[in-house]
Structures are given as structure tokens and as C-alpha cells.
Design a protein around this ligand. Structure first.
Ligand SMILES: Nc1ncnc2c1ncn2[C@@H]1O[C@H](COP(=O)(O)OP(=O)(O)OP(=O)(O)O)[C@@H](O)[C@H]1O
Length: 322
């Protein structure tokens, strides 16, 4: 392989994968340039974890190919060493301290004693774990455990770090702390792939975004380019319903420019601009007067979530997966 297409960090070409005949990835193309962060979004079962496992070399594609820094992560140990993989579930030894855990992972990464000490100290520093380094993992909050899980992936100083839902189930403070760690890793020059269900997380961290559904990439691009058309768009109105709609109420909602969001019957969103000229309180009053059981009108800046909803809305067959 040509290493000297230098900035290319990872390439996925026509990758397909099925679990015992059930397709999870249906022919995916993706490239990642060094030093950039890619967010993977998509409903449950879209294939995010499977794609991350392919990039990590934990799975081999049934068709197509995966390259990281020119090597095959499934076949080459040396390539795998350049990849940090942070699984969705916490994979640590609860009865060992943070430092002991990291030492175990450094051993597994093949580091010698002197290198291990340095690598553990560096990982502790990058994940801001110094104050808990001597604590048993079992005694730490979920947010700290997630940071240790990340630190465990850093011991061989990977160029590519793959994180499967790194903030799942943590509170807002812990999420912010994890975001700071990830921003630091990016600033240090690593490429990051982060799967998430959290749109604001993707907007905050990512340079590029790929939206997956049903084993395919539905939308991919730089965050700036994807968001640009939304800059000029007026705020959106989202109606939150508190009861069932009869035909007359549904007609009134649609007349006001609202259409249903996929996946949850309580949420309706006004098409871009359609309700932008009205203020939320007036809209709420008007809808209620027409018999719509609306609890709340939210005014939102359109963002990635809008693109995501729009991207899936034209494929009702995908909504059941949302
Ligand atoms: N180990 C497995 N054995 C069999 N089928 C699997 C396995 N892992 C995933 N699948 C199936 O493959 C498809 C893709 O799953 P995957 O976990 O990659 O999606 P995901 O986007 O990561 O979902 P989530 O957001 O729920 O984590 C789904 O249909 C899932 O049920």
C-alpha cells in the first residue's frame, strides 16, 4: 500500500458484513484524514458498532476492504497497534486500581516495564485521572470509569481512536469532562471516530459526520458543509403533543406547516420556515384553539438533528429502527 498519500488515515471501500446471514453493513465507503474527528450517527441497529469493529480489526469484512494507515487492521497486528478501541461497555477490572488497570492494558499492548510507566502516566494525564489513579475502579462513578476506558485505549499512542458511544449513560458534568478529553486527543493529532446518539455531542466534537441507517451511509460530509444551508434557515418549531390526534386536529397541525417526526408520535416539527414567522406562544394558542392536544411548542435552531430527521423521513421503512 502507498503510505505516502500521507494524510489518509483510514479507508473503507465497499465494506459489507453480515452476522450469520443477517446483513449489518451493506456496502460502505468512507475515508478519514489524519487529525480529524468523524461522528457516526444513526438509529439503533444502523451498523455503527459493526463499522467501528471493522475499523478496529475485530471483524473482517465479507466484501470490500478496510485499511488503516495503509494496513489491514484485521490481518496485521502492527496496524492494530496504531488503533485505540474504546468499546461501548466498560471493559475494566473493577478490583484493581486505575493505575493497575492501565498497567495491565499496557502489558497487553506489549510494552516493557519502563515504557509502561511512561505510557500509563501519559494516559492518566490525557484523561485527567491523576486524582483517582490509586482508587479501585469499582468505587468510581460511571463518568470516571468511561474515562479510564478511554485511557486504556491510549497506551500504545494510537493514531486512530475508535469510541463506541463514549458518553452513554453519564451525567452532564461527566459528559463535559469526556468531551474535554476527546478535544485534547484531537488537538494532539489523533483521528477520532465517535459513535453517538447525541446530536449536540456530534456538533461539538466532529469535523465530519456520517449518518448511517440500515447498514448504509445515508449522509456524509464535513459538519460545516452540512450545517451551512441551515445557517440561513429560520428557527424551527417543534410541537410536543400530550394526547391522541383526531382527524380535525391532525389537519390543523398540517395546515400550520407541521409534519410528524419519525419514531415518536408525540413530536411534530414545522417544515423549515413554514412557521418561522410566528412566535411560539401564538402558535400554541392557535393550535389549541383548533383542538390540537399540544403541551408545548419548542423553538429550536435547526441543526444536525434536522438533517438526520430529514434524511430518514423519506424512507418510512427505516422508521421502525429509530
Ligand atoms: N453479535 C451480533 N450477532 C448478531 N447480530 C448482530 C450482532 N451485533 C449486531 N448485530 C446486528 O447487526 C445490525 C447492526 O448492529 P450494530 O450494533 O452495528 O448497530 P448500531 O448502529 O451500533 O446500533 P446501536 O446504536 O444500538 O449500538 C443490527 O441489526 C444488529 O441487531
Amino acid at each position: 500500500m502507498m503510505h505516502d498519500e500521507a494524510p489518509l488515515l483510514a479507508a473503507v471501500e465497499g465494506a459489507a458484513f453480515a452476522y450469520r446471514g443477517r446483513p449489518a453493513l451493506r456496502g460502505l465507503d468512507l475515508t478519514l484524514v489524519r487529525g480529524t474527528t468523524l461522528a457516526l450517527l444513526g438509529p439503533n441497529g444502523a451498523g455503527k458498532t459493526s463499522l467501528i469493529r471493522l475499523l478496529a480489526g475485530r471483524l473482517a469484512p465479507d466484501a470490500g476492504r478496510v485499511r488503516v494507515l495503509g494496513g489491514d487492521p484485521f490481518a496485521d497486528r502492527a496496524t492494530r497497534k496504531r488503533i485505540g478501541f474504546v468499546p461501548q461497555e466498560i471493559a475494566l477490572y473493577p478490583r484493581l486500581t486505575v493505575a493497575e488497570n492501565l498497567d495491565v492494558f499496557a502489558r497487553l499492548a506489549g510494552l516493557r516495564r519502563a515504557e509502561r510507566r511512561e505510557a500509563v502516566a501519559a494516559a492518566v494525564g490525557r484523561c485527567a485521572l491523576a486524582e483517582v489513579a490509586a482508587r479501585l475502579v469499582a468505587t468510581l462513578s460511571g463518568g470516571y470509569q468511561r474515562r479510564v476506558n478511554i485511557a486504556a485505549s491510549l497506551l500504545s499512542q494510537p493514531d486512530l481512536i475508535l469510541l463506541d458511544e463514549p458518553t452513554q449513560g453519564v451525567d452532564l458534568d461527566a459528559r463535559a469532562a469526556i468531551h474535554a478529553v476527546l478535544a485534547g486527543l484531537r488537538a494532539g493529532g489523533a483521528g477520532l471516530v465517535i459513535s453517538t446518539h447525541d446530536f449536540s455531542e456530534a456538533e461539538r466534537l466532529a469535523d465530519r459526520v456520517a449518518i448511517l441507517a440500515d447498514g448504509r451511509i445515508r449522509l456524509e460530509g464535513s459538519l460545516a458543509a452540512l450545517m451551512r444551508p441551515l445557517d440561513a434557515a429560520p428557527p424551527e418549531h417543534e410541537a410536543v403533543l400530550e394526547g391522541a390526534l383526531d382527524a380535525a386536529a391532525e389537519a390543523a397541525l398540517r395546515r400550520s406547516g407541521f409534519s410528524p417526526l419519525p419514531g415518536d408520535a408525540r413530536f411534530w416539527r414545522a417544515d423549515h420556515g413554514a412557521a418561522g414567522g410566528l412566535d411560539g406562544a401564538a402558535l400554541l394558542a392557535a393550535l389549541r384553539a383548533s383542538g390540537v392536544p399540544v403541551a408545548e411548542i419548542r423553538v429550536r435552531r435547526p441543526g444536525l438533528e434536522t438533517l438526520y430527521r430529514d434524511g430518514l423521513a423519506d424512507r418510512p421503512d427505516l422508521e421502525s429502527a429509530a
